[in-house]
Design a protein around this ligand. Structure first.
Ligand code: 8YV
Length: 316
């Protein structure tokens, strides 16, 4: 029996790619020199696409594949997938929530600690032989401080839980106050920022949250505040952030995501009040394996007519 076609938008985790290659006739969109011609060749047969939060799925590809019915997206965030176009065309979109929650929360904590307690600059201090000439400067503390979370979803709650272990006072902002959550709620990001020392951004990306952390929010956090971004580069006004960090108007930042990643504003490279990471929130072998398995399972469920394990609410 011939294998179904699967269009893969960009390179995925190696073991996941191997599983997909075994089950489908895969077509590597990113490798195709003539993309319209590839889409034309599979337009009559291709019902499935595999992609990721990073690679996304554009309306023009959706339009070129009239038989498309299922999208398996690797990652919890799917702001780069044109879900409205999928919905309009009756295409089901699936993502990979839950399995990455704890690793993303751990990564967030690695960023909090390394930013506030200066782990990275201390490492450089030792390697550069500066310790031989004198003691290193001291830092702010983390335990017992006030931490604000923008986006108290599954990952936000896992970050908060770890924060409680550090004796922190947690507060949050989201679209609305959550029933059953006892942490103080602030109706705007600026109000939350004014009342905490460490502000963690973990809200989904997309139009609704574009530059949610504005210049005003950054100013409210202030020279003694720290901003941690594990969500999407788009959620922060990056230009305002770089300026505030360079001029000392913001104490520090730990950043896993950027507006034009993998391009990172070079001004940040010179600053030692910033810790930079290459979008690795979920980047452990364990979690990436589990995420890949969810992509494989969602696609397989579609082809055998079973309920999809994790369809996004918009296309349900
Ligand atoms: C992935 C992520 O690395 O889950 C997400 O939304 O940002 C990350 O876990 C990303 O989706 C892969 O491109």
């Amino acid at each position: 029996m011939s294998k179904p076609d699967l269009l893969v938008i960009g390179p995925l985790y190696g073991p996941t790619m191997a599983q997909l290659d075994a089950a489908y006739t895969t077509h590597r969109y990113w490798e195709a020199a003539d993309k319209p011609s590839l889409l034309g060749q599979i337009a009559g047969t291709c019902e499935a696409v595999a992609t990721s939060g990073g690679h996304g799925l554009k309306a023009e590809v959706i339009k070129a594949l009239p038989k498309l019915k299922i999208v398996g997206s690797f990652g919890v965030g799917y702001d780069s997938v044109d879900v409205a176009a999928c919905k309009a065309a009756g295409i089901h979109v699936t993502n990979t929530p839950d399995v990455l929650t704890d690793c993303v929360a751990d990564t967030t904590w690695a960023l909090i600690l390394s930013t506030v307690r200066k782990t990275v600059s201390y490492d450089k201090f030792v390697r550069d032989g500066k310790w031989l000439k004198g003691n290193a400067p001291l830092t702010d503390k983390v335990w017992g401080e006030k931490m604000g979370i923008i986006g108290l979803g599954r990952i936000g709650k896992a970050i908060a839980k770890r924060g409680e272990g550090f004796g922190m006072q947690v507060a949050y902002h989201g679209r609305s106050k959550q029933a059953g959550v006892t942490f103080p709620y602030y109706a705007t990001p600026a109000e939350l920022a004014r009342n905490v020392k460490i502000l963690v951004v973990v809200t989904p990306g997309g139009k609704e949250t574009d530059k949610l952390v504005s210049a005003e929010v950054i100013e409210a956090l202030g020279p003694k505040g720290y901003l941690i971004n594990i969500s999407r580069g788009s959620t922060i006004d990056e230009e305002a952030l770089v300026k505030a960090l360079a001029t000392g108007k913001l104490g520090g930042a730990g950043l896993d995501v950027f507006v034009e990643e993998p391009k990172v504003p070079e001004e940040l490279f010179k600053l030692d009040n910033v810790v930079l990471q290459p979008h690795v929130g979920s980047g452990t072998h364990h979690t990436r394996t589990a995420m890949g398995q969810m992509v494989v399972d969602n696609l397989a469920a579609y082809f055998v007519g079973k309920p999809l394990p994790s369809e996004v609410p918009e296309t349900l």
